[in-house]
Design a protein around this ligand. Structure first.
Ligand code: ATP
Length: 323
């Protein structure tokens, strides 16, 4: 293998740059040339390739977003789009590809691999932590720290005014961000898509708090909760229980940005490095992840088709500590 390419795809996440850096420098260390593909699969189809060297990844480990840009690509879902992508990889003499992204990006790589024999290895880059087979994805730790910092600030005003805050965090299909950040901020309740939300239970938690004269309460709501987003939950609670001055905050895209935490930089560095070594060893069509202290290898099909479960013990912990 003489030349490889790296690209970022799907939603951006903090730590993608640290991962690009690890890929480029590991390849160069091993005497392999590297190209960057800009704008994900869109750039692969358009031939948006750039040469990369040691200096092109200097001073990026601390930056959020991705220097290679990211995109979603409808064209890559079509055979014509993938043919064009293959032709561009061939024209640039690319022998292997590292994809940094989420489950959609790995599904795309998997489909591509069945049609064309260019090996792909993936690094899990998404704030959602919803990939099966890795404990954590690159960007997740930063996202929950961002939520924690924001909610700590909101807690100050909630306390001062005796207010009840409903705070919506990202997670359309999964409650990973809500659950861990909710425990970290000492939320009174955490509502996630994986569990059924009962408004009556929520009201009894609030009532208990009122009885012991709690000054302000925080309810964390994952955007995909079955009872609706934070605005809907707040409305349904207020209809039946109106003892609190209530406010609703949607944290939105601040959860995607910012400088990656040390944990994300380390994870990105380890996985980027291992992804290149894996490609060079001849393995492909798999994601490199981390389980406990170990680096693990998960076939794309498994990482995308299996469901990552939330840790039920954390749900119990949240319930005990908020009572
Ligand atoms: P995030 O988890 O942050 O949303 P993601 O990688 O899951 O990131 P997606 O938008 O789901 O983001 O997927 C990225 C791109 O992968 C899509 O825009 C599309 O180009 C490609 N892709 C996804 N699924 C397929 C598929 N079945 N066939 C071909 N390409 C696909």
């Amino acid at each position: 293998m003489k030349k490889i390419a790296v690209f970022t795809s799907g939603g951006d996440s903090p730590g993608m740059n640290a991962c690009i850096r690890a890929v480029v420098r590991t390849a160069i260390f091993n005497g392999v040339e590297v190209m960057g593909i800009c704008r994900g699969y869109e750039g692969m189809i358009d031939g948006d390739f750039i040469e990369m060297n040691t200096s092109s990844v200097g001073n990026i480990i601390q930056r959020g977003g991705t220097i290679l840009k990211s995109a979603r690509s409808e064209r890559f879902r079509t055979p014509e789009g993938r043919k064009k992508a293959f032709e561009n990889l061939k024209a640039n003499n690319i022998d292997g590809v590292i994809v940094i992204g989420g489950d959609g990006s790995f599904s795309g790589a998997s489909v591509f691999n069945k049609e064309y024999h260019i090996p792909f290895v993936g690094c899990p880059g998404t704030i959602d932590n919803d990939l099966y087979g890795t404990d954590f994805t690159i960007g997740y730790d930063t996202a929950i720290n961002t939520v924690m910092e924001a909610v700590d600030k909101i807690r100050d005003t909630a306390d001062s005014h005796n207010r009840l805050f409903f705070i919506e965090v990202m997670g359309r299909d999964a409650g990973f961000i809500a659950l861990r950040s909710g425990i970290a901020v000492g939320a009174e309740a955490i509502l996630i898509p994986e569990t059924k939300t009962h408004i009556e239970d929520l009201i009894s938690i609030l009532e208990k708090g009122r009885e012991r004269k709690k000054s302000g309460s925080i309810i964390i709501v994952a955007e995909g909760d079955d009872a609706g987003g934070a605005f809907e939950v707040a409305k349904r609670v207020k209809e039946r229980y109106n003892f609190y001055d209530t406010r609703t905050t949607v944290l939105g895209h601040i959860q995607r940005g910012g400088s990656p935490t040390a944990a994300d930089r380390l994870l990105a560095s380890r996985l980027g490095n291992k992804a290149v070594e894996t490609l060079l060893s001849g393995d492909h069509n798999l994601m490199v992840g981390q389980s406990g202290k170990e680096i693990v290898f998960v076939p794309f099909e498994k990482a995308t088709k299996h469901h990552q479960e939330v840790d039920r013990s954390l749900l119990d912990l949240a319930m005990i500590l908020s009572s």
